[in-house]
Design a protein around this ligand. Structure first.
Ligand code: UDP
Ligand code: UDP
Length: 461
């Protein structure tokens, strides 16, 4: 679409600016992508927004910056009461969107001149105005699956179908997206099912601007989502930009040197291969105390040793309550005898790579799925991108559990589903197969490396 008229000549290696939005789930793929670009001799400028919303993000950025440079982009003051949301991450997206016009002088002044900007999906509308003025090629790095991208692209049409109603409640239990199979409503973030939410309005506004982009980068690979990718390529003919499958994996700079990590790794070292259940629900999915306690009972009932990251608050800065209070004294004592329980940030990608881990109970954020796939760890999915787990057979998806927090799931059921995941040979085999496919796709000469080389080739022109 846009050709780069930004600067008169380009350096032999492209200079790419990366602009993530708020939340570790959005930041992490950007940093991993930055490392892929740098390993191909590209120059990368990471643009971070200030202030940052969670401790986990500040710490990950600091670790990254110990190795690579950064530009800062200060946000305009933002009054959260002017946006219809209480979600701290959605509010931060909105705040960045309202400041994005300030990017113009920063992008225009970078030297050598930029070959492209890759920004977060939640910033499309505000960034397009800037890149059009600069005639700078504009890409997004989509932080979820190809399947979810199809949903995003079709979202305004779905909304128009329920025009006049204020909710998707009137729709079937599944939502039909062209080319693909229907998406069960239970696997979608609840705010997207509420057209009056901030998340829904950002999705709608940005989706309509997709045609103005030069390409869509998705952290996936052919064998993980063959049908969804096939369908998206068919959609390209109907005006969607080209999709690049930039499969991403955890990087060296993320390796943790904390004493907390050393303790967890040592604990895992003491267990037999494939016996430990790892429970972690991502960076922003908190649960009620009641559900947390049922999970504790479920982990005990599973009979497996477990490593459990408890999350009591959406925002880590506010996650201050001690575990005996969160779990209650009696459960805390019983759990302490059987498993390792922590509240602080854990090095998930490293834990998944430990030979002792045999199963992962996950909220199925896309980064978590791709990390589990990379290490061939079976999943018990609860449920963001759970469909893919079910369809590709590398885990168990109890469909009635719904979106985490929506339905109260009893400990007994959690325990028996964990046993099902840990005991299934077919799930283990599929996870192991997909692990090999991931390594082929992301390794030398694989489809993801080819996609990256194609992008870099386009940026050199
Ligand atoms: N993560 C981690 N330690 C934690 C919690 C999360 O390393 O204690 C990482 C996890 O490995 C993943 C990211 O945070 O890379 C979470 O992203 P995901 O897309 O899975 O979910 P989100 O947090 O965006 O819901
Ligand atoms: N899917 C999903 N969420 C994701 C990725 C995939 O729900 O994040 C589902 C979707 O239902 C899709 C299925 O996984 O139909 C299988 O993915 P794909 O179409 O890529 O492969 P298939 O197994 O159909 O060949």
């Amino acid at each position: 679409m846009s050709s780069s008229g930004h600067g008169s000549s380009h350096p032999p290696h492209p200079h790419v600016a990366l602009l993530p939005s708020a939340g570790i789930g959005h930041l992490t793929p950007f940093l991993r992508f930055a490392v892929s670009l740098i390993s191909q001799q590209c120059q990368v400028t990471l643009i971070t927004t200030h202030p940052i919303v969670s401790l986990a993000e500040s710490e990950l950025i600091s670790t990254f910056l110990a190795a690579f440079p950064e530009e800062q982009f200060h946000l305009l003051p933002f009054d959260p009461t002017t946006a219809s949301s209480t979600d701290p991450f959605a509010l931060k997206w909105e705040s960045i969107r309202r400041s994005a016009h300030l990017l113009y002088p920063l992008l225009a002044s970078l030297s050598p001149p930029l070959s492209a900007l890759v920004s977060d999906v939640s910033l499309i509308s505000s960034v397009v105005a800037v890149t059009e003025t600069l005639t700078l090629p504009n890409y997004i790095l989509f932080p979820s699956s190809a399947r979810m991208f199809s949903f995003f692209a079709y979202y305004p049409t779905l909304l128009s179908k329920i025009a006049g109603s204020d909710h998707f409640d009137s729709c079937d239990e599944v939502l039909q997206v062209p080319g693909g199979k229907p998406i069960p409503k239970s696997s979608l973030p609840p705010p997207l099912l509420d057209p009056s939410s901030l998340f829904s309005s950002i999705f709608t506004e940005d989706s309509k601007k997709l045609g103005k982009l030069d390409g869509i980068l998705i952290n996936t690979f052919e064998e993980l989502e063959p049908d969804s990718l096939h369908d998206l390529r068919a959609e390209k003919a109907q005006g969607l930009p080209k999709v690049f499958t930039v499969g991403l994996k955890a990087c060296e700079f993320e390796r943790s040197s904390s004493s907390n990590t050393a303790t967890l790794m040592k604990w895992l070292d003491g267990h037999l291969t494939g016996t430990v259940v790892f429970f972690c629900f991502g960076s922003r999915s908190a649960m009620t105390r009641e559900q947390i306690r049922e999970i504790g009972k479920g982990l005990l009932a599973s009979g497996s040793p477990f490593l459990w990251k408890v999350k009591d608050n959406i925002l880590d800065k506010e996650d201050a309550e001690s575990l005996d209070v969160v779990l209650g004294d009696e459960l805390w004592e019983r759990i302490n005898e059987k498993g390792m329980v922590v509240k602080e940030w854990v090095c998930q990608a490293e834990i998944l790579g430990h030979r002792a881990v045999g199963g992962f109970v996950s909220h199925c954020g896309w980064n978590s799925i791709t990390e589990a796939v990379w290490h061939g760890v079976p999943l018990l999915a609860w449920p963001i991108s759970a469909e893919v787990v079910d369809k590709r057979g590398f885990g168990v998806w109890p469909k009635t559990w719904g979106w985490a927090g929506g339905v109260m799931v009893k400990g007994e059921e959690i325990g028996s589903r964990i046993k099902e995941m840990m005991g299934s040979e077919s799930v283990k085999q599929k996870a192991a197969m997909l692990r090999e496919e991931a390594r082929k796709a992301i390794g030398a000469g694989g489809c993801c490396e080819n996609a990256l080389m194609e992008l870099i080739g386009a940026w050199k022109i």
